[in-house]
Ligand binder design. Structure first.
Ligand code: SAM
Length: 281
């Protein structure tokens, strides 16, 4: 494939009479430098990669150079013959025409990669950003790392630290299983068509074991969900509303955990959430 540029993306679209569908989040990346950054951050080193939404195959091209095998899952059947053409020089790429949200990713890893640990890389369509990240993270798949281009605001939320406005349940979920790193901010002008907001490349390296140890993960995430349920309320009020328990009892639990019940949920670290969950388990 030629060096990627806005002109090349427009020429491919013209050649195949392709029109971009906003509803499928089709904002294609036009920067060779950013594509290489995403592929490098995936730390593939000859391993397997699952790509979500290959589009014209510009990222697939960079992944294929570094991987033993790439499986690229694309929902739009108009792109399948185009991908056949743009990726024809590679024999280690398999394109599947499916909706990733209706696909069993664990089965793909078993069938296509013999259950080996893989990387997942994607310039994610905006409309499925949070559901797909949540699904991949929660499924406990055999993944080394997960590199995604997302709206900058989502990347900020995932990497946010306690006490900041962006810190929320999504930050805790991702940081519990992985170490997120903001690789690069990508201005809206580097996509065709141009989206309304800037994006960012986020690399999430999966931890060998979760960031904190808890006996009951469901209780841990219940506490997290409760703590962020009403941002203006104190931690005690949020927990009391979600757990339907007496405030005195919960106040004693927070005391035992060494946490001031008047604090807001968004100031708690993962270790503090874990302490509360342990006492409630
Ligand atoms: N990878 C290309 C790039 O970087 O230029 C295209 C990225 S574009 C933001 C998102 C791609 O995801 C599009 O090709 C779109 O058709 C595809 N897509 C959208 N929804 C999808 C879904 N549910 N499952 C699989 N692919 C999807």
């Amino acid at each position: 494939m030629e060096f990627i540029s806005p002109d090349l993306i427009k020429r491919i679209a013209q050649k195949y009479g392709f029109t971009f569908k906003k509803g499928l989040g089709q904002n294609f990346l036009t920067s060779q430098e950013v594509l290489e950054k995403i592929a490098d951050a995936a730390e593939i080193d000859g391993g397997g990669v699952l790509e979500i939404g290959p589009g014209f195959g510009v990222l697939t091209n960079e992944l294929a150079k570094r991987a033993g095998k790439v499986v690229a899952c694309e929902i739009d059947d108009r792109l399948i013959p185009i991908l056949d053409d743009t990726l024809s020089e590679y024999d280690n790429v398999r394109v599947i025409n499916r909706d990733i949200l209706k696909t069993d990713i664990s089965a793909i890893i078993d069938e296509e990669f013999d259950g080996e640990k893989i990387s997942i890389a994607a310039n994610l369509p905006y409309y499925i950003t949070t559901p797909i990240i949540t699904r991949v993270i929660e499924a406990r798949l055999p993944i080394r790392n997960f590199v995604v281009m997302v709206q900058k605001e989502v990347a900020d939320r995932i990497a946010a630290q306690p006490g900041t406005k962006d810190y929320g349940a999504l930050s805790v979920l991702c940081q519990y299983y992985a170490v997120p790193e903001l690789v690069r901010i990508v201005p809206a002008g580097l996509f065709v068509p141009r989206p309304k907001v800037d994006s960012a490349v986020l690399a999430m390296r999966f931890r060998k074991k979760p960031a904190v140890e808890v006996r009951d993960e469901r209780m841990f995430f219940r506490v997290v969900k409760a703590a962020f349920s009403q941002r203006r309320k104190t931690l005690l009020n949020c927990l009391a509303a979600s757990f339907c328990s007496g405030k005195e009892q919960l106040s004693a639990v927070l005391d035992d955990a060494g946490i001031d019940p008047r604090r807001r949920g968004e100031t708690l670290s993962l270790a503090e959430f874990a302490r509360i969950a342990e006492l409630l388990t």
